[in-house]
Design a protein around this ligand. Structure first.
Ligand SMILES: Cc1cc2nc3c(=O)[nH]c(=O)nc-3n(C[C@H](O)[C@H](O)[C@H](O)COP(=O)(O)O)c2cc1C
Length: 302
């Protein structure tokens, strides 16, 4: 009975979940609950939370235009705190987050992100870095010899950094903020290292621009889930699977526009010949490998 009433209370208004839960907690703080009702009460609250989160995840989109409204320090701190709760390898937390709010530094970073306007227009720019520097120092201070100067350790730290970044994004979007990842970070890592003064053992992995949305773009397409999900073992794609999975993407008006504007005959060519070309990939790949060498992640000696 009480559970059903809670359900009404939880689902029947339009307040965001945390507000609803706080309200319910207040309403019942002085009433003793029998165990069964308490369990269903908790279940409903959790379920309601999950629905809200699923909705958020299903409806999200990248935001590249931001209003001039300030992102408050306290809010940013809360989001960063949430990001720092992310699971990491061995709980080592081998990542760092550089917060850039300073206009001059944003202008320094801008060309390193190929002048993407979000860098100077967003109130906050965050650079997530793979970071073994801090952990190595802790080891050395404690008579422990770190063995983290190799490619595997770089991957470990890069994974930690990306997971923290994604947690940050979900937390930010749940507050109504807009984010955009910048993949240019790994292209120009050597120069970003100079601007952000990153020591040995630290490599920038991704950048996020953050602000209050000043646009409401349409949601980009996705491949159908069955294109990316394999049951039990990988089931390789036949030509007809590939055609089927990519047909919706290829049929979109914006895809046709891309093909026409770039004088190509297929959408795939827009990727291979324009957006992510082999010569660019090889060039930036060599630069990144040098960064890993210079930052102390390519030692293969025992
Ligand atoms: C690792 C990564 C790098 C990205 N780099 C850029 C970028 O440099 N510039 C940009 O405008 N968007 C960038 N994006 C955003 C993607 O273009 C965007 O996520 C994708 O088009 C799907 O759109 P949606 O996020 O709105 O669903 C990046 C996204 C990821 C995950």
């Amino acid at each position: 009975m009480l559970g059903a009433w809670c359900l009404l209370l939880v689902t029947g208004n339009h307040y965001p979940a945390p507000f609803k839960i706080a309200n319910i907690r207040n309403s019942f703080s002085s009433i003793p609950l029998v165990l069964e009702e308490f369990v269903s009460f908790v279940y409903i609250l959790q379920h309601d939370h999950m629905n809200d989160l699923s909705e958020l995840l299903l409806n999200r989109r990248t935001i590249r235009k931001y209003s001039s409204e300030v992102v408050g320090d306290n809010l940013l701190e809360d989001l960063l705190k949430a990001a720092c709760r992310t699971s990491t390898t061995g709980n080592m937390q081998v990542y760092s987050i550089i917060v850039t709010r300073d206009e001059v530094r944003k202008r320094e970073l801008s060309p390193l992100h190929f002048n993407q306007k979000m860098v100077t227009e967003a109130p906050v720019v965050l650079t997530f870095c793979a970071d073994f520097n801090r952990f190595n120092k802790w080891c050395l201070l404690n008579n422990a010899q770190p063995g983290y100067d190799n490619f595997l350790s770089f991957m470990t730290a890069a994974i930690d950094a990306l997971l923290a970044a994604q947690t940050f994004c979900v937390a930010a979007e749940s507050k109504g903020l807009g984010i955009c990842y910048l993949g240019t970070t790994t292209y120009m890592a050597n120069k970003i290292i100079e601007v952000l003064k990153l020591p040995s053992g630290v490599v920038p992995i991704t950048t996020i621009t953050l602000g209050w949305p000043a646009e409401n773009p349409g949601q980009p397409d996705r491949l159908p889930p069955e294109a990316v999900i394999h049951k039990e073992v990988y089931s390789d794609y036949s030509d007809s699977d590939i055609r089927r999975f990519y047909s919706e993407k290829e049929g979109r008006e914006d895809s046709k526009q891309f093909i026409m504007e770039n004088s190509k005959t297929s959408l795939a060519q827009v990727f291979t010949d324009v957006r992510y070309k082999k010569e660019d990939n090889v060039y930036f790949s060599k630069m990144l490998l040098k960064v890993l060498q210079d930052q102390g992640f390519m030692n293969n000696e025992q």
